[in-house]
Design a protein around this ligand. Structure first.
Ligand SMILES: C[S@@+](CC[C@H](N)C(=O)[O-])C[C@H]1O[C@@H](n2cnc3c(N)ncnc32)[C@H](O)[C@@H]1O
Length: 304
């Protein structure tokens, strides 16, 4: 089993895909096209935009996904809570919510050192003291049993090779009656001989991704492990416009960061190429959602 050099061996119990995931996200969060803040705003995150009535732009939809998390967890002002953001990436959702809910303490755990470094830097720049970001593996978080009132995984659970181990660890670290929220892609049952299935499988491997969880099997895990009040909602239609916007951006080259780029600068040119490359992968992810390989769902469940 390989260990990531930069993490200094912190990440024990490394599963097969973690090296690829670390490499992928370290590259993303070292790219200045991705890490630029938009004016005074914190970055929205690295997730799909949640479109609904009144949400017009891709950026707004990405912030709205953070609001959607707060709705799933019934966050309230003046309510003290301990919350864990599982696979927090650059901590964008936690930081966004921490600004809105000053009485809630947010912890975030993620695999790639560049993500955690950026999360800490942004917390410091925005003088947010209610967040804490930790480099680690969510399958072995090392938090004591019953640490959190709520735990959410925004587009991160799908990276777990062992989905049942993921659910187990979430159950362990939640307090009794604590709430789990997961937003992610889930597999449809497609025959393995199907051409689209083959293309999908080779694509996901380039993202360091294991196969998506099967929705009904995942629900069974939640029940078996002891969760109650399981609610599942198909939100595929809410993220569809993200795909269309990314496609538009790629085709026209009209992404915000590209407009700002110095087109003659070689360093910028390679960063821009990389940015496009990642955008293409995201586009493919969305495409497979659209052609019916997967559906995008939100799940909430409560620990007994
Ligand atoms: C699509 S990104 C989402 C990041 C963040 N939730 C957001 O919305 O901006 C997936 C995240 O899952 C994290 N991740 C994947 N496998 C992980 C693991 N085993 N332990 C901790 N984090 C993991 C990656 O490092 C990455 O930050």
């Amino acid at each position: 089993m390989k260990k990531n050099k930069k993490s200094g061996g912190i990440l024990k119990k490394i599963t097969d895909n973690t090296e690829e995931t670390i490499e992928y996200y370290d590259r993303i969060w070292s790219n200045s096209f991705r890490t630029q803040t938009i004016g005074e705003e914190l970055l929205p995150g690295f997730h799909y935009g949640f479109f609904e009535k009144g949400v017009k732009t891709l950026n707004d939809a990405m912030y709205n996904m953070n609001d959607f998390v707060s709705r799933l967890l019934d966050l309230e002002e003046n309510k003290t809570m301990e919350i864990l953001d599982v696979g927090c990436g650059a901590g964008c959702t936690s930081l966004y919510l921490a600004e809105r809910y000053p009485d809630i303490r947010f912890s975030g755990i993620s695999l790639a050192p560049n993500e955690i470094a950026l999360a800490k830097k942004n917390a410091k720049n925005k003088h947010i003291n209610s967040t804490k970001f930790i480099l680690g593996n969510y399958l072995d978080t090392r938090f004591p049993d019953g640490s959190f009132d709520a735990v959410y995984a925004l587009e991160s659970m799908s990276y777990a090779i062992d989905k049942k181990a993921f659910v187990n660890e979430m159950y362990r670290i939640l307090k009794s009656n604590g709430k789990l929220a997961i937003i992610d892609g889930f597999r449809k049952d497609i025959p393995p001989t199907c051409l689209m299935e083959k293309i999908y499988n080779s694509h996901r491997k380039t993202r360091g991704r294991p196969d998506l969880a099967n929705l009904s099997m995942f629900k069974t895990y939640l029940k078996e492990i002891g969760f109650k009040d399981i609610e599942i909602s198909n939100i595929s239609k809410n993220i569809r416009r993200h795909f269309i916007s990314v496609l538009f951006n790629i085709l026209t080259g009209f992404s915000l960061s590209m407009i700002k780029a110095d087109t003659k600068n070689k360093k910028h040119a390679s960063k821009r190429r990389e940015y496009r490359h990642v955008s293409m992968k995201i586009l493919l992810d969305s495409f497979f959602g659209l052609v019916g390989i997967s559906t995008f769902n939100s799940i909430t469940a409560t620990k007994k």
